[in-house]
Design a protein around this ligand. Structure first.
Ligand code: FAD
Ligand code: NAD
Length: 470
């Protein structure tokens, strides 16, 4: 029998958490292996999530901008949509990126073991790939097995009742589509299909779309996209789906009744992927939702086994997973480190983009945290005007006593590229004056952050607000 391979670090799962952890462990000089079923690292984010969805969103944004350019005197012919070519381009983007990760992995001498791993005991994994089994042992393991979509009770995913992964394959553009859940996936993939020509309706059980974001930010999105979606049905749930060719969807709540659709996309959240990991053969603990329990170093109840990314809980975001991965690798290498972010940016890559970090106004109200809200409407931004837009908003949540910036929300074009300055401000405990006194380049959308801070003092250059007499 071949000698069992032994690694200082073995990472289970090749998503943005897993590959960031494996690369960092290798960079720190540890003998590292990465176990994942795919040929190259990438995980959900690259193969079935962030990257394919953003590639498709780019296409529909281009189409929209080309249509809107007619208002500026630049007219194009009606766009021709070649779904096969779009699918091929999107797949080529994915392949380019995962191929690059494969190369980075081998350059760092991270051994890629293809297959699905199961703990046999607290120091041994069994890896299964195409009916072949091998055992590997390790000094430290990092679990980064990610998450998977949840469906609705008694409703199974199929080619007509799609998960996000299936929808991103872009098998076809159906005439009508019902999106269940107006969260990240519902809004992003709903925008893609609507942009490609489907009649898209959305059903959401709460009383607003994107319930995690502040309502004033979401309102800007809703107003701009009134025409894009057929109907957005709030405070409504799907009670059942019948029929095969045409799906009959029973709705309950505010929009009770039955409606027919060609396809349904279920986007009501994701659950941790711990099934078949063999955690029972270790002391690793999970909570009642199935998330693996970890400390600030991302260590589980089994000291030498760490866990990172979606499998450890919300927010289920790629950048949070990568950051945790680096913390875990540093901790294993014996470096002083901890996962203690003050702000994790959230970005919905729709048109307009919605981005926020730190405290939201909704959270401040719910938790009775006193805040001053300083806003800068993009109607007063020169850069926004040159882009032909006027409906964005930048707002800061500020501690009234210390003037520290506690949170930031932005809605508008490129909001996702603007939010990192806000994340840095929150992380570095910046006060509003720091932002207002920092020279921002003109004309850019970044000035909206500076002017929002200036507006706290009634001194935003491009807004006139008469001072109250003292
Ligand atoms: P994953 O990326 O889920 O990777 C886990 C990997 O582990 C997978 O490859 C899986 O096959 C493998 N695996 C599982 N079990 C085993 C096992 N037993 N043995 C070996 N391998 C195993 N986040 C953002 O930040 N920005 C976005 O724009 C964004 N867009 C998204 C769009 C969609 C449609 C979806 C679904 C998600 C999106 N996300 C986005 C979320 C993001 O994809 C996840 O937060 C991120 O992928 C989590 O990374 P991870 O490393 O924890 O796990
Ligand atoms: P989500 O949590 O963002 O949204 C789910 C939505 O479905 C919520 O608004 C919820 O109120 C609603 N909902 C739940 N049950 C329902 C029901 N029975 N009927 C109607 N509505 C219902 O989840 P998601 O959109 O599935 O995305 C999963 C995760 O993937 C996200 O939480 C996020 O972490 C990640 N993601 C991130 C990005 C990004 O960063 N741009 C993009 C896509 C996905």
């Amino acid at each position: 029998m071949a000698e069992q391979k032994k690694y200082e670090v073995i990472v289970i799962g090749g998503g943005p958490g897993g590959y960031a952890a494996a690369f960092m462990a290798a960079d720190l000089g540890l003998k590292t292996a990465l176990v994942d079923p795919e040929e190259n690292p990438g995980g959900v984010c690259l193969y079935r999530g962030c990257i394919p969805s953003k590639a498709l969103l780019h296409i529909v944004k281009l189409k929209q901008e080309a249509l809107e350019a007619a208002d500026f005197g630049l007219s194009f012919k009606a766009p021709e949509i070649n779904v096969k070519k779009i699918r091929e381009w999107k797949n080529s983007v994915v392949q380019k990126l995962v191929g690059g990760l494969g190369q980075l992995s081998s350059k760092r001498k991270v051994e890629h073991i293809r297959g699905m791993a199961t703990f046999k005991d607290a120091h041994t994994l069994e890896v299964n790939h195409e009916n072949k089994k091998q055992e590997v042992s390790f000094a430290h393991a990092i679990i980064a097995s990610g998450s998977e979509p949840v469906s609705l009770p008694d409703i199974e995913f199929s080619k007509n009742i799609m998960s996000s992964a299936f929808a991103l394959d872009l098998p076809e553009v159906p005439k009508s589509l019902l999106v269940v859940g107006a969260g990240y996936i519902g809004l992003e993939i709903g925008s893609v299909y609507a942009g490609l020509g489907s009649k898209v309706s959305v059903v959401e059980m709460t009383n607003q779309i994107m319930p995690g974001a502040d309502r004033d930010l979401v309102d800007v999105f809703a107003k701009r996209n009134k025409e894009l979606f057929e109907e957005i049905m709030l405070e409504t749930k799907v009670a059942g789906i019948t029929g095969k060719r045409k799906l009959k969807v029973k709705l309950e709540g505010k929009h009770e009744g039955e409606q027919s659709f060609d396809k349904v996309l279920i986007a009501v959240g994701r659950k941790p992927r711990t099934k078949n990991l063999g955690l029972d053969n270790t002391k690793v603990e999970i909570d009642d939702q199935g998330f693996i329990q970890v400390n600030a170093q991302r260590q589980t109840a089994e000291d030498h086994i760490y866990a990172i990314g979606d499998v450890t809980g919300e927010p289920m975001l790629a950048h949070k997973a990568s950051h945790e991965g680096k913390v875990a690798a540093e901790a294993i290498a014996g470096n002083k480190t901890a996962y203690e972010p003050k702000a994790i940016p959230a970005v919905v890559f729709t048109d307009p983009e919605i981005a926020w970090c730190g405290l939201t106004e909704t959270e401040a109200k719910a938790q009775d945290i006193p805040v001053k809200v300083a806003k800068f409407p993009w109607a007063a931004s020169g850069r926004a005007a040159t882009l032909g837009i006027s409906d964005g908003l930048t707002k800061l949540l500020i501690d009234p006593k210390t003037e520290r910036i506690l949170g930031v929300g932005i809605v508008g074009k490129h909001a996702g590229d603007l939010i990192p300055e806000a994340v840095l401000a929150v992380e570095m405990a910046a006060v509003a004056k720091d932002l207002s006194l920092t020279i921002h380049p003109h004309p850019t959308l970044s000035e909206t952050l500076m002017e929002a801070a200036e507006s706290l003092y009634g001194q935003a250059t491009h807004i006139y607000r008469p001072q109250r007499k003292k």
